[in-house]
Design a protein around this ligand. Sequence first.
Ligand SMILES: Cc1cc2nc3c(=O)[nH]c(=O)nc-3n(C[C@H](O)[C@H](O)[C@H](O)COP(=O)(O)O)c2cc1C
Length: 208
Amino acid sequence: MSKVLLLNGSPHVQGCTATALNEMIKVFEAEGIETELIQVGMKDIRGCISCRKCADAGKCVFDDLVNEVAPKLEAADGLVIGSPVYYASPNGTILSFMDRLFYSTHFSKHMKVGASVVSCRRGGNTATFDALNKYFTISGMPVASSTYWNQVHGFTAEDAKKDLEGLQTMRNLARNMIFMIRAFADAKEKYGYPQVESGCFTSFPDGK
Ligand SMILES: Cc1cc2nc3c(=O)[nH]c(=O)nc-3n(C[C@H](O)[C@H](O)[C@H](O)COP(=O)(O)O)c2cc1C
């Protein structure tokens, strides 16, 4: 069974971001896709200290939710990152979490389908959306899109529930993710995944 992991970067477990993610979960479950929603935003998640211990250990030196979620991400076919907009950026907790999750894990994320979802009262949504999508596009993860940028508006969950276009965008996003997950599984059987080259690391040792 295909599985989608959803991360809520908001400290409000029943807030606007959760409203958007739950709208997607309804579609996933109706289509027989397994889901797990992980509440990140109310946890005490420190930032990456660039100690690089993960290079050998394959996990973060801080043994918290990041290391718990890592095997779940490895097993998942899709990842949704949800965040409220804080000063036109993702919330600090989800950024710390994502930096450490993606930097410390060495399993391939290639062809896992990614999507980000943001909630804001009024502005800063597209900058936040762009920042979150960058975790996918450096990792060989195809990014699912919808019928608008993936956002809901509101200060409370009740506001977000009135954002009918936002919720529609979430349902369409979930449907597109499901299609991509299924299509990639079929294409993997038929063609195999594309080759990934590695080994070049730009360091300009000649100083030019
Ligand atoms: C510290 C902080 C900064 C915020 N900055 C913005 C902002 O730049 N733009 C905006 O529209 N809303 C901003 N908001 C409001 C939240 O993004 C918005 O209410 C969001 O939908 C809350 O989602 P949640 O219920 O999932 O936490 C901010 C809220 C907080 C607490």
